[in-house]
Design a protein. Sequence first.
Length: 120
Amino acid sequence: MGLKELVSQWFDKWEKGDFLNLPISEDFKHTSPFGTIDGKKAYVDLVKANKDKFLDYVFEIHDAIYDSDKACVRYTAKQGPDFSLDVSEWYYAKDGLIEKIVSYYHIGEIREEREIKNYE
């Protein structure tokens, strides 16, 4: 299976809520604005404990770039009618499984000192 199919399988498993069968290695590492989760077991345990935050998403893929062992995907994740999250993720694969994901997304309000002011 190529990397494009592997990443497609990742999104398909999430949309079906099949997080127990994600195509990830035992030493999988996931890094996001919330921190880094080390290991498949730790990742699956986190999802189990927070199903309301992880499941029932639909993904709209906007862009994707694939190399032999890494890919970048930009998408919008939608959960119900009121929540959407714009994400860019890097996927790193080894031996037919996803070994690492690095996610980029905004997790909160912009601090006042970081706001861009109108120049009018």
